[in-house]
Ligand binder design. Structure first.
Ligand code: KG4
Ligand code: ZN
Length: 343
């Protein structure tokens, strides 16, 4: 089954073709970062308009890459939520209109399920069950995953997400949007030991997180010190150490508590090099295995949506919705998802 995947929940238009027999056939992405950077963050209306401009040319691009035409597609998967409602509506309505004209089924995919399953697109994917760390701009969650749609929440952030903390710290340090890669780049020039930041909830005895205090501590450091580049780099270094240490310790606790030995990491912060170093080291010591998506599939992309949608469409051939009415779900709890066969 060949599935066309559409991602348009925020500031990236991602389109891909996934074949349930041959794997990923093609993918293409347009990032709006440059357009939004002028405003220091995503402007929803501009995002929607840009998705309109990009969706069909990118669709043609992946078809060309895979040497296929529209009639070869067996189904369409699109991000139905959570995300910006206007941006979601663009992807959703284009996908449904296309599917209507082609008379093929569609599936609305949960954006976080896309992220969560993205590591399975790689070679030697882990088999269920595993622990998943989902670290994106809006979420920091630990989950026990026993199958598609079987996601048991083990821990969550009580306030800011890890990616959000990176973005806010970047702003405090006068760095560009998106903050994660900018903080990581600056941290590489930072010196160990000059500053010490707290590790909130490190020893809380549960698997929850809290990052907003860290951001306030960064603000205090920034206000009490010179604003030269080296000082900023030293703050960025310590901030990254604090976040990655907390994430690593909680992942190891989740593996211990569940008795599982496989961890997958997904979402934008999963691209962070220091986080990967720490997780690789910690899991190796405990004879566990950690899996990541390739760097470009940590952040938003169409491949993860095509993949998650294909798995669901394949399992759902009986009861799928072919009437092409649609709605978006800007707020959507991952825990509401069910296994595809139960749909
Ligand atoms: O998963 P994603 O693309 O979007 C959401 O669904 O939220 O994640 C974006 C987040 C942003 O907060 C960004 O700053 C962060 O991931 N990020 C990183 C890195 N690359 C992206 N954070 C730390 N280090 C990175 N290398
Ligand atoms: Zn995302």
């Amino acid at each position: 089954m060949i599935v066309l995947g559409f991602e348009s929940s925020c500031d990236e238009t991602g389109i891909a073709l996934y074949d349930t027999e041959k794997g990923l056939l093609a993918h293409a992405l347009h990032s709006q970062i440059e357009m939004h950077s002028e405003y220091g963050g995503v402007v929803p209306e501009l995002a929607s308009r840009d998705h309109i401009r990009r969706a069909l040319p990118l669709t043609q691009k992946v078809l060309d890459q895979a040497n296929l035409s529209l009639k070869d597609i067996d189904g369409i998967a699109y991000t139905q939520g959570p995300g910006l409602s206007g941006a979601l509506l663009v992807g959703t309505s284009i996908a449904e209109a296309l599917a209507f004209t082609l008379n093929i089924p569609t599936i609305g995919v949960h954006h976080l399920e896309g992220h969560l399953l993205a590591p399975l697109l790689e070679e030697n994917p882990p088999a269920f069950p595993f622990v998943a760390l989902l670290v994106s701009g809006g979420h920091t969650q630990l989950m026990k995953v026993t199958g598609i749609g079987e996601y048991k929440l083990l821990g969550d952030t009580l306030d800011d997400a890890a990616g959000e903390a990176f973005d806010k710290t970047a702003k405090l340090l006068g760095l560009d949007y998106p903050g994660g890669p900018a903080v990581a780049k600056l941290a590489a020039q930072g010196e160990k030991g000059r500053f010490k930041l707290p590790r909130p909830m490190l020893n809380s005895g549960d698997l929850n997180f809290s990052f907003s205090g860290l951001k306030t501590a960064v603000l205090t450091l920034a206000n009490n010190n010179d604003s030269d580049l080296q000082t900023k780099a030293d703050i960025a270094y310590e901030f990254q150490e604090a976040v990655t240490e907390i994430l690593t310790v909680k992942c190891m606790s989740a593996l211990r508590e569940t008795g599982l030995d496989q961890l997958i990491v997904s979402g934008g912060v999963g691209a962070n090099k220091r986080l990967r170093e720490q997780l690789n080291f910690a899991t190796k010591r405990k004879l566990c295995h950690v899996h990541y998506p390739r760097l470009e599939f940590c952040t938003d992309n169409g491949a993860m949506i095509g993949f998650a949608g294909a798995l669901r469409l394949e399992a759902m051939t009986q009861n799928m919705n072919n009437n092409h009415s649609f709605t978006v779900r800007p707020r959507w709890d991952l825990a509401e998802l069910q296994t595809p066969s139960a749909n």
